[in-house]
Design a protein around this ligand. Structure first.
Ligand SMILES: NC(=O)c1ccc[n+]([C@@H]2O[C@H](COP(=O)([O-])OP(=O)(O)OC[C@H]3O[C@@H](n4cnc5c(N)ncnc54)[C@H](OP(=O)(O)O)[C@@H]3O)[C@@H](O)[C@H]2O)c1
Length: 235
């Protein structure tokens, strides 16, 4: 992929890994970037970053906003499904199913809705979907059980979309993130375990340049788990 013709859309770009994607794509020289945010204040902040940034108000759980975004950003070539939530809820100790349902809405149904809405544009551009998953999609982590389940569902969807879109020439990449220093990890006390978001964004941009990367393990924790599970060869 050449970035001078790349027009990415990043969901959840107001902060954290999404914001790091905006910076990374701008640095790489894209002519236009769609920054998915959830309110007008965040849209104004995104527009102020760089003239190439076009804010899109899109809560991925709201079908009318997803459809509107697909109409506005019909020239997208890379869809980064980054928006996500984590409630630190376990299967049995959460008070009710509310947090589990919210994680499923944002982490699974949101990317699915975006993929469906943007499939025509990505088919036209022979583009790429990048789904930001988690190592939690690969192995059970007791404190975040319901998040695991939502990311595992998104992993299954990612693998299915890859098959469904192959004939249309659309690539679908799964990114299994370890720990990153963002607001999602405010409760994590050992910050030494966390990577800066740029570790993930640099790995994704390198994978887009090289092409042909379906499954990406962007950091040491992700690669270590993938090796233990036999998903990649030992270093
Ligand atoms: N941080 C990590 O260690 C880690 C590890 C593995 C995977 N990930 C994944 O990486 C992605 C980014 O996480 P992060 O660490 O950057 O999290 P973050 O700092 O909490 O940011 C989450 C982003 O998602 C947006 N968002 C939340 N609900 C949304 C919705 N319904 N529609 C659209 N946008 C929504 C938020 O927007 P607002 O600002 O409007 O709330 C925010 O921009 C997530 O998918 C997460 O699961 C993160």
């Amino acid at each position: 992929m050449k970035f001078d013709q790349c027009r990415p859309l990043i969901t959840g770009s107001s902060r954290g890994i999404g914001r790091a994607f905006v910076d990374a794509f701008l640095e790489a020289g894209v002519p236009k970037i769609y920054a998915g945010v959830r309110n007008e204040d965040a849209a104004a902040a995104a527009a102020a970053i760089d003239p190439r940034v076009h804010p899109l108000v899109v809560d991925t759980t709201r079908p009318e906003q997803v459809e509107q975004a697909a109409r506005e950003a019909s020239d997208v070539t890379v869809l980064v499904n980054n928006a996500g939530v984590l409630h630190y809820a376990s299967f049995l100790n959460a008070p009710d199913l509310g947090q589990a349902r919210h994680e499923m809405e944002v982490n699974y149904f949101g990317p699915l809705a975006m993929a469906r809405a943007f499939a025509p544009a990505l088919t036209r551009s022979k583009g790429t979907i990048v789904n930001i998953l988690s190592i939690a999609a690969l192995a059970y982590m007791p404190l975040v059980g319901t998040y695991n389940a939502s990311k595992a569902a998104a992993r299954s969807m990612t693998q299915g979309l890859r098959v469904d879109l192959a004939e249309a020439g659309v690539a679908v990449m799964a990114v299994y993130a370890g720990g990153y220093d963002t607001e999602m990890h405010l409760e994590t006390t050992d910050k030494a375990l966390l990577n800066p978001p740029s570790v993930l964004t640099e790995a994704v941009l390198e994978a887009l340049i090289s092409g042909g990367v379906d499954e990406l393990f962007p950091d040491a924790a992700a690669r270590g788990l993938a090796q233990r599970l036999g998903l990649i060869a030992a270093a």
